[in-house]
Design a protein around this ligand. Structure first.
Ligand SMILES: Nc1nc2c(c(=O)[nH]1)N[C@H]1C(S)=C(S)[C@@H](COP(=O)(O)OP(=O)(O)OC[C@H]3O[C@@H](n4cnc5c(=O)[nH]c(N)nc54)[C@H](O)[C@@H]3O)O[C@H]1N2
Ligand SMILES: Nc1nc2c(c(=O)[nH]1)N[C@H]1C(S)=C(S)[C@@H](COP(=O)(O)OP(=O)(O)OC[C@H]3O[C@@H](n4cnc5c(=O)[nH]c(N)nc54)[C@H](O)[C@@H]3O)O[C@H]1N2
Ligand code: SF4
Ligand SMILES: [Mo]
Length: 789
């Protein structure tokens, strides 16, 4: 069946009553002129264009991808695909990098693999010999596969021995991981997507699910359109499509999440909406939580957040009176100065009501990228593989044994380095070799002028692996052409712990190679070995890497030992932990109210949420969580920048449904690109009127760091808030020219969601802004030609 997912983003409704299974609906898209009988094979896998991880099959003809269709039996999507899933893959067939590039006389020129890798290894080896492992930094992604992450984790942590490894997951889901660790002792999503099918209430905290996990929103819509719909509460400064369906929409000022959360906790406790038996049996820290929220009344929060106290009370009452609640938490919460504390409060309200570990009651601290979870699990970023605790010598020696290396090789003398610090060290030059894989920091990091300076300077040698030339490859010393999705085999794990196997469907273009093969080539050329002189890592195929990863995960919360390529091929998505005791996977974590906070199990000894100071083993031991969850919060503080006379508006940034991040794929997909071809900026109607700005006028947005120009869309952010999509690179258009390099003290996630800006009209545009009209970016009214000045 042919599908239009540009105009009809979520597709037709299949409503169903609470507790029944979500009906199937198979979406398919084949290139023009291709019909099903032309397809020579359908190759199994999952979409890699967001954390939802929809199961699909790739249609192949004559060695080329010619289409996709959803897998009806997959637990995630029951056959559905959204706009990016249906159309995004076409972007892989255009403008690809097909040979390595090296910088010669200031310019990037094509070369062969031997020459390119020769340069990489020469620089890496000489720095390692003269300056040691701290001269090396690896900045990776949330878009690689487990096999690739684990391979690089072993190379970086067991072979090179550097703590300077992080992913762009720092910008994305570092807070999800941090909040899980602080509350439950380790990373790992408690809930399951099936909870949506049976809950009676949904809370969305800073999550525009309608545009960012469209198939999950379709799942929610199918309950909202049923005869027994759940209540919906949406916390977002913009009137998104989610907000339009909400029972209560709290359009709080960006940067004030913690004030709201502290008020919700206050209300739950003040009204006795607390499951005291659950709290007593399964948590520690209630008295402290109670004390620190005594004064945080709805009236107090209303003042800070800029929403009516009665709406905060009403939202609290919904939370207090529902039987089965699912909450999701995403970038509106994570990309802020008190991100971890705010996300922990979402965990806390669920714990207070015993609202997890059973059908319909669950927490979804969202991931954004398709395999952000795997970077966290496999230890390619800050964590040690298998959610192991760097501060626990037993955990470190387990890895040393697995890898057959001396424990001293594995960096564990301090907290691992976050990407903010990695870029700082690269700026100073103490990191002289930085390898950037599957991320485009010259568009996605805050304060871009500084990022460009760091990457283009001589103080640090920069290697970039990507499928395309990007804003970042243009600053590199060596560029390595990478195979992309479906051009290689491997596994990845979505938000609700569902693991998918993507099988290779087609060959990569030209000389492009899979990232695992590139990492192994590097390791071999560097001569990395274990204690017995055997090559490290020991494997050479994706399946062997997966088997090695399974061994590393054994006995840890993310246990993969019951999975295999064959099983994933047959079944589609399966949730970890999957073991011989739970061969079909595990729907929910913490069903018995026992958490991973035991001293020997926990992934972290926790932090002070206000300062980010690590608490250490002694303090952790003294708290005696011993399997109970930890209720933690801190006091609300103002964001780093508040509006003033010069910069009177609050900028926030985010996504549109039709693009993926820096658009390397989606700008090359005809349908997606046409739907949102160029940059725009959104203003509320009162602000636009005050500033004399009409729809489509060109405006300049200026912050303390830089300025951009774009046509204005008069839409639905709250008054005083400016919204900029951050997809469009370029010094005149990239939202991150404006954002600031500040971060949450615990998760170190940058504050992309608040900066003070001014907006001025520069002149008339050419018609309405090039923003979608089908989404949160819809104009308040149709474009009026006569109103143009
Ligand atoms: N179409 C599309 N889908 C994607 C992606 C994409 O690029 N495009 N990227 C994927 C990735 S990696 C991620 S991380 C996810 C992100 O998914 P989301 O978190 O849903 O995406 P964002 O648009 O960044 O932010 C969500 C909402 O936060 C609101 N917000 C802004 N400031 C605040 C605030 O201070 N408080 C609150 N409560 N809300 C605020 C914004 O108005 C916005 O609607 O999406 C994934 N899915
Ligand atoms: N202002 C602002 N900034 C933000 C955000 C925001 O909300 N506001 N959100 C942040 C978030 S949540 C995220 S996740 C980041 C994302 O930021 P980035 O990671 O920089 O964005 P992408 O465009 O996804 O970049 C991924 C790159 O990897 C390449 N790639 C894809 N697959 C592969 C592969 O298999 N191998 C290799 N080697 N390369 C591959 C792609 O071509 C692309 O160039 O941006 C962050 N930046
Ligand atoms: S919801 Fe996400 S995973 Fe599913 S089709 Fe859309 S982009 Fe792909
Ligand atoms: Mo993300």
């Amino acid at each position: 069946m042919e599908t239009d997912r540009i105009a009809d983003i979520w597709g037709s409704r299949t409503p169903h009553p609470a507790g029944s299974s979500w009906p199937k609906r198979v979406d398919q898209f084949l290139l023009d002129g291709v019909d099903e009988s032309d397809v020579q094979k359908w190759v199994r896998g999952a979409c890699l264009l967001c954390s939802n991880g929809c199961g699909l099959e790739v249609a192949v003809r004559d060695g080329q991808m010619v289409g996709v269709r959803g897998r009806a039996e997959d637990r995630i999507n029951h056959g559905r695909l959204g706009p990016k899933g249906l159309y995004g893959w076409q972007g892989q067939q255009r403008d690809r990098l097909t040979t390595p590039l090296i910088r010669e006389g200031g310019r990037l020129v094509e070369t062969d693999w031997d020459t390119a890798m020769g340069r990489v290894v020469e620089r890496s080896r000489s720095l390692l010999d003269t300056k040691g492992p701290l001269s090396h930094g690896f900045y990776t992604s949330g878009q690689l596969m487990i096999e690739e992450y684990y391979t690089l984790a072993v190379i970086g942590k067991g072979g090179i021995g550097t703590p300077h490894m992080d992913g762009n997951t720092r910008l994305c889901t570092a807070t999800a991981a941090a909040a899980f660790q602080e509350t439950f002792g380790s990373d790992g999503q408690p809930g399951s997507y099936t909870d949506i099918d049976s809950c009676d209430t949904i809370f969305l905290f800073g999550h525009n699910v309608a545009e960012t996990q469209t198939v999950l929103w379709a799942r929610m819509l199918d309950r909202l359109d049923a005869s027994d719909p759940p209540r919906l509460v949406c916390v977002d400064p913009r009137r998104t499509k989610v907000a339009e369906r909400a029972t209560i929409h709290l359009p709080i000022r960006n940067g004030t999440n913690l004030a709201l959360m502290n008020a919700l906790v206050h209300e739950l406790i003040a009204h006795g909406w607390v499951d005291t038996d659950y709290v007593n049996a399964h948590t520690v820290g209630f008295d402290q939580l109670d004390r620190s929220t005594r004064e945080t009344t709805p009236e107090w929060a209303a003042e800070i957040c800029g929403v009516p106290a009665k709406d905060i009370r009403a939202a609290a009452e919904i939370f207090g009176s529902s039987s089965n609640i699912v909450s999701t938490c995403s970038m509106g919460f994570y990309q802020s100065h008190q991100a971890t504390a705010s996300a922990c409060q979402v965990n806390n309200i669920h714990l207070l009501r015993g609202m997890l570990g059973r059908p319909g009651a669950g927490i979804l601290q969202m991931n954004g990228q398709p395999s952000a979870q795997n970077n966290r699990e496999a230890g390619c970023g800050p964590a040690l593989p298998g959610f192991r605790n760097w501060d626990n010598p037993n955990h470190v020696s387990e890895l040393a044994e697995l890898w057959n290396v001396d424990p001293i090789m594995i960096p564990h003398w301090a907290e691992p380095t976050d990407s903010n610090a990695i870029f700082r060290y690269a700026e100073q030059g103490s990191i002289g070799f930085m390898w950037i894989v599957a991320t485009n920091p010259a568009v996605s990091m805050p304060d871009l002028a500084r990022i460009r300076r760091i990457l283009s300077g001589d103080q640090c040698f920069v290697v970039v692996s990507d499928g395309y030339r990007t804003e970042t490859t243009e600053l590199a010393d060596v560029v390595l052409p990478a195979a992309l999705w479906a051009e290689k085999t491997g596994t990845y794990t979505n938000v609700d712990r569902t693991v998918h196997l993507q099988e290779q469907a087609v060959e990569p273009p030209g000389e492009a190679r899979g990232d695992m093969a590139i990492f192994l080539d590097y390791a071999r050329r560097m001569g990395l070995t274990d204690k017995d002189g055997q090559p490290l890592p020991a494997w050479d195929t994706p399946e062997r890497a997966f088997e090695a990863w399974k061994a590393a995960s054994a006995g840890r919360p993310c246990d993969y030992t019951g999975l295999s390529y064959a099983k994933l091929h047959d079944v589609g998505g399966i949730q970890w932990p999957c073991t011989s005791a739970a061969p079909e996977g595990t729907e929910r974590l913490y069903t018995g109210g026992v958490f991973n906070t035991d001293l020997d199990t926990c992934e972290s000894y926790g932090h002070d949420l206000a300062t980010g100071a690590p608490l250490g083993e002694v303090a952790y031991r003294a708290r005696r969580a011993d399997g109970r969850a930890v209720l933690k919060t801190t006091e609300y503080e103002h964001p780093f920048e508040e509006p003033d006379d010069t910069y009177p508006l609050r900028l926030t940034t985010g996504r549109t449904v039709y693009h993926w991040h820096t658009r390397t794929k989606t700008s090359r997909s005809p349908q997606l690109n046409a739907a949102a071809p160029a940059m725009w900026v959104e203003l509320s109607e009162p602000d636009a009127q005050r500033l004399g700005i009409s729809e489509g006028d060109i405006v300049r947005v200026t912050s303390r760091r830089g300025s951009i120009q774009a046509p204005a869309r008069v839409s639905h952010p709250r008054e005083g808030v400016v919204f900029a999509p951050w997809h469009y690179g370029g010094a005149d258009t990239a939202a991150n020219e404006l954002t600031l390099a500040g971060w949450d003290p615990v998760s170190k996630q940058p504050e992309f969601k608040v900066a003070a800006v001014s907006v001025e009209r520069i002149g008339p545009g050419q018609g309405p802004a090039p923003a979608p009209t089908t989404t949160a970016s819809a104009p308040v009214r149709p474009f009026d030609e006569t109103a143009r000045k």
